[in-house]
Design a binder for this molecule. Structure first.
Ligand code: AMP
Ligand code: MG
Length: 480
């Protein structure tokens, strides 16, 4: 009976500054809640001959595969703007699993017990937030957005103390790595240039081998990470995703979405939308996500200063110029992304105006972000806002723009269908599924996962999954 693990651990071989060697803390009575068989198969893993009891042992960390070298990773972070030394306080990296010998994936348990980075925390996680991460990360993957993935969730058989007593749980997270902006901040804070060079080389080997031979590695790395994170936030803006806690420790160097805490999707279009209960000043609101990405990249740039140029003033000048490019890169990408959402081929000098007119109309009329684009693609979502005269006039302008350059509605709609989801994880549907799962009923979560797997397809009987939430004061919590 072989599952097919193929561990080849590189991060655990770095010096102890980077990590702590530690095992997951065994749990009392683990029980498998969900296993992502499709993801398992893309990882060349076969759990079909493993019984449920053994699966629970594996995904709780009670039984650890051979060739693992479990660690908690060190990192720092600006949390809501304040610098803190952090690290995996409730996660353990099982190891790096190789697929077809060259695709490397971190396999990490989240909720696996205390580490030396736990500070005051219990090292544990509750079932609701771990299933929430499972649902949303898998939905993001199906929306063609780079993200960490979720392989399994187990209940630990132990209670965790939050405001109430909750079921304890562990999520198995799969990521192209867990290197964060905060990893660089941690090493930079120790002021050890040798370690900083090690981290840069490690990152380049793992994610950006194309610049291995460069003689300006640190600067090239900064530019590549900026490109990736910029593209990521563009994708979030495309589907109305609000991450909710874009602290520098939650920004992956790979450009994957990581750390699904208080995230949620926007219903009606409002750039100021915030769901997280702790984001009192809207630092991580929908429209603040691009400038925050830039702010976070500036923190990465600061870490790299000693490696960018031996003269500090020159290095700062180069880094500042680099980060200042963010705005241009973002605006160009955003305009093209919105053109795709509206099925606009080529460029027209009035495109920006046309797009902004639609967004303004949506904001004033509290029109649903997802469903408005569905309406334009002739998909009925049951929404009746679109008889409005201003909207009808806008549609005429849009239709005229489509016809420029021998365009046609069909061609446009086919482009739009690739970019605009028909269904997203609606907050009320996610909550409903989590409530049921907390009461041992997995039917709703399984149904939701099936629907979210094909967000761009027409599916029967999903109107219920397309309607925005009635709860206008919906709030999310960090789930720690
Ligand atoms: P997060 O808000 O999930 O990004 O976590 C921020 C930091 O708090 C990270 O260092 C986490 O490892 C740590 N943390 C979150 N929850 C817990 C917990 N229950 N026990 C220990 N550390 C935690
Ligand atoms: Mg985090």
């Amino acid at each position: 009976m072989t599952i097919g693990w193929h561990f080849d651990n590189t991060y655990s071989k770095l010096s102890n500054t980077f990590k702590e060697n530690i095992k997951p803390t065994p749990v009392h009575d683990p029980e498998l809640v969900i296993l992502n068989e499709e993801l398992a198969s893309t990882l060349n893993l076969d759990f079909s001959k493993t019984d449920k009891k053994k699966l629970a042992e594996i995904f709780s960390g009670n039984s650890i595969p051979e060739e693992t070298n479990t660690i908690a990773q060190a990192y720092a972070g600006h949390q809501f703007g304040h610098f803190t030394m952090l690290g995996d306080g409730r996660a353990v990296l099982l190891g790096e699993h190789l697929v077809n010998n060259d695709n490397r994936f971190d396999i990490q348990f989240k909720g696996s017990g205390r580490t030396s980075f736990s500070r005051g925390g219990d090292g544990r996680a509750a079932l609701g937030p771990m299933l929430r991460e499972y649902i949303i990360s898998e939905a993001m993957h199906s929306l063609n957005i780079p993200t960490t993935r979720s392989l399994a969730v187990v209940k630990t058989g132990e209670k965790v103390v939050r405001e109430n007593l909750l079921h304890g749980a562990i999520l198995t997270r799969v990521a192209s790595s867990h290197l964060r902006v905060g990893t660089f901040q941690y090493i930079a804070a120790t002021q050890n240039i040798k370690n900083l060079n090690t981290l840069v080389d490690y990152t380049i080997n793992r994610h950006y081998p194309e610049i291995k031979a460069s003689n300006s590695k640190a600067l090239d790395l900064l530019n590549l990470v900026m490109e990736k994170q910029c593209q990521l936030v563009i994708n979030w803006m495309r589907v109305g995703f609000i991450h909710g806690v874009m602290n520098t420790d939650n920004m992956a160097i790979s450009g994957e979405t990581i750390d699904y805490g208080p995230c949620a999707f926007m219903d009606h279009y409002d750039p100021k939308t915030v769901f997280s209960s702790i984001d009192k000043f809207g630092r991580y609101s929908f429209s603040n996500q691009p400038p925050i990405t830039k702010w976070n990249l500036a923190r990465l740039a600061e870490c790299l200063i000693p490696l960018i140029h031996k003269n500090e003033d020159t290095a700062v000048k180069i880094a500042t110029e680099t980060i200042d490019n963010f705005q241009n890169i973002y605006e160009t990408k955003w305009l093209n992304m919105m053109r795709d959402k509206l099925g606009l081929f080529g460029e027209n000098q009035n495109d920006l105006k046309l797009i902004n007119e639609l967004l303004n109309w949506m904001e004033i009329n509290k029109a649903d972000y997802t469903n408005t684009f569905c309406y334009l693609m002739n998909i009925n979502t049951g929404d009746n806002k679109y008889k409005n005269l201003n909207f009808i006039n806008w549609v005429k302008k849009w239709e005229n723009r489509i016809l420029i350059n021998k365009g046609s509605k069909e061609k446009s709609i086919s482009l739009m269908r690739k970019n605009n989801p028909i269904v997203i994880p609606r907050n009320h549907k996610v909550e409903e599924a989590l409530d049921a799962a907390n009461n041992n009923n997995l039917e709703l979560i399984n149904k939701l996962l099936v629907i979210l797997k094909k967000p761009f397809n027409n599916q029967d009987n999903i109107m219920n999954y397309q309607s925005p939430s009635d709860n206008k004061d919906y709030q999310t919590f960090c789930g720690t």
